[in-house]
Design a protein around this ligand. Structure first.
Ligand code: CS2
Length: 485
């Protein structure tokens, strides 16, 4: 894949519909993983046909892999849209790819480039190093950045270093847009940036507070990780090798709050919804899509399923998630205007059933310690406050705990920033529900105040016991009972 091979691609393959050489970099993006390349970069690819000033400089914070794959292709890569009629499209919006630890100066030059007016992030929940209401200053990477703020390694360290340099040079700041699955992503990032900046330079923190916009956003598109099957399919369809194609479902949604003080790309022209109710959208999506996704992941893996579509073919799993969506989660939500809950839930179930997508449950199971609080535990806290039921949601939490215990017993890996602690607690499990659950509830950053709520503790212990030994038969039995209850 390269600019030179573009003209020879089959006619059915969509290509950049603008002159790439006439584009200018206007966005720096941290975290160019598959999600960014399948979602935001695609919207920007559409945008460049309207305004050439918003091409992307993609920056990896750790690994050089994306740069090494895409740089020889001049940033071009293939997006496979999976659906009834699958299609391929070459995306051209990424004009530069950098690896921050190896190219510090180049990253900083972009951050202070006056043409760059927007910095976006998809660094996953754990990349923010958040505490309950600011930054986790005890995180080893953050404490390192606080000692050497001009040589940052964290995303927040880079954001603040760039803003500091802009302020010193008398330049206007950039807008900072989080595109991760966090409740109130813009608000949380803003608090974390201010918290960090205050520790570095109080004057700078005040300047950020007064001048920098941190719009909230809700991002949505199911994006299974790239696998060899995709690489082979793309190579045979295009007749050229692509070092790193990405894939996603045809559906995508992006809702963004209008807080772009440095100028907003004309996003509304390419299907991005500009809304003052992002928090409502965001919460609805995290709770009605991501929570059932995590439920399928843990309970599905325990019952021997491999992919989301496979799990959805099990009536007990599909019935369980529909039940929790309609009866346990929906009542906790303040829905944004125009949000039709029936249509939304129906569409999510349909998307999960999509047979064209092999979305591995093991991929969704990653980072449970970061995902469960935003996806499930907040709903449970709200349900408790409203006097609602939490017994079925407790099965999702218990599913995660059994999954961790299973990995620990098998000596298997756990992809989670808290894996060492989790596996230690999992290995100490005895099978006694009260004992095992108590071990996990001691994880303050995950369970917070819920750990001391007697109703939550009782529901978690009961659910953990209901899942028995965590084996397929016991889990299926517990789910069947929950669907009937
Ligand atoms: C998934 C999400 O991996 C996961 O945890 O729940 O990546 C999900 O596919 C996206 O948020 C959908 O927009």
């Amino acid at each position: 894949m390269s600019p030179a091979t573009l003209p020879g691609l089959p006619a059915s393959v969509q290509r950049p519909g603008y002159d790439r050489d006439a584009t200018r970099i206007g966005i720096v993006h941290f975290g160019p993983g598959a999600f960014h390349r399948a979602h935001q970069a695609v919207y920007v690819d559409d945008l460049l046909a309207h305004d050439p000033g918003w091409a992307v400089c993609a920056v990896s914070l750790r690994s050089p892999d994306v740069r090494d794959a895409l740089q020889p292709q001049d940033g071009l890569y293939t997006l496979a849209l999976l659906g009834e009629r699958p299609s391929l499209r070459v995306i051209g919006s990424i004009r530069e790819v950098l690896c921050a630890p190896q190219q510090r100066r180049a990253v900083m030059s972009r951050l202070v480039d006056p043409d760059v007016r927007l910095v976006t992030l998809t660094i996953t929940e754990k990349g923010y190093c958040l505490s309950a209401d600011g930054i986790d200053a005890a995180h080893p990477d953050v404490s390192r950045d606080l000692v050497q703020p001009e040589q940052p390694i964290t995303a927040i360290g880079w954001l603040v270093a760039g803003l500091r340099e802009r302020r010193e040079r008398g330049l206007a700041p950039y807008t900072v847009l989080s595109c991760d699955n966090l409740a109130d992503n813009g608000g949380r990032l803003r608090r974390a940036v201010l918290d960090y900046a205050r520790r570095v330079d109080r004057g700078l923190a005040g300047w950020i507070e007064d001048h920098v916009g941190f719009p909230r956003s809700m991002v949505d598109s199911i994006t299974p990780a790239t696998d060899d099957a995709l690489r082979a399919q793309v190579a045979s369809a295009l007749g050229v090798e692509d070092a790193w194609p990405v894939q996603r479902e045809a559906y995508a949604q992006w809702v963004v709050e209008d807080d772009f003080r440095a100028g907003r790309p004309p996003f509304e022209r390419v299907g991005v919804v500009i809304s003052s109710e992002v928090e409502g959208w965001d919460r609805a999506k995290l709770r009605l899509l991501n929570a059932p996704h995590s439920a399928l992941a843990y309970l599905g893996l325990l019952t021997g399923m491999g992919t989301v579509a496979e799990a959805m073919r099990e009536p007990v799993l599909a019935g369980f998630i529909e039940r929790i969506m309609r009866e346990d989660i929906l009542p906790t939500l303040a829905l944004p205007v125009g949000f039709d809950p029936d249509a939304y839930i129906g569409a999510v179930l349909e998307r999960f059933r999509n047979p064209a997508i092999a979305h591995l449950l093991s991929q969704i199971a990653w980072d449970g310690s970061q995902k469960l609080p935003v996806r499930v535990l907040g709903t449970m806290a709200d349900a408790l406050a409203q006097g609602g039921r939490i017994d079925r949601l407790a099965l999702v939490v218990a599913g995660w705990l059994h999954f961790v215990v299973r990995q620990a017993r098998a000596g298997a890996e756990l992809s989670d920033p808290m894996s060492a602690q989790l596996l230690r607690i999992g290995a100490a499990a005895t099978g006694d529900a009260a004992h095992d659950v108590a071990g996990f509830l001691a994880l303050e950053s995950v369970f917070g105040a819920l750990a001391t709520d007697a109703r939550f503790v009782a529901a978690a212990v009961e659910a953990y016991a209901a899942l028995g030994d965590g084996g397929p038969a016991a889990v299926a039995r517990a789910l069947a009972a929950a669907v009937q209850a």
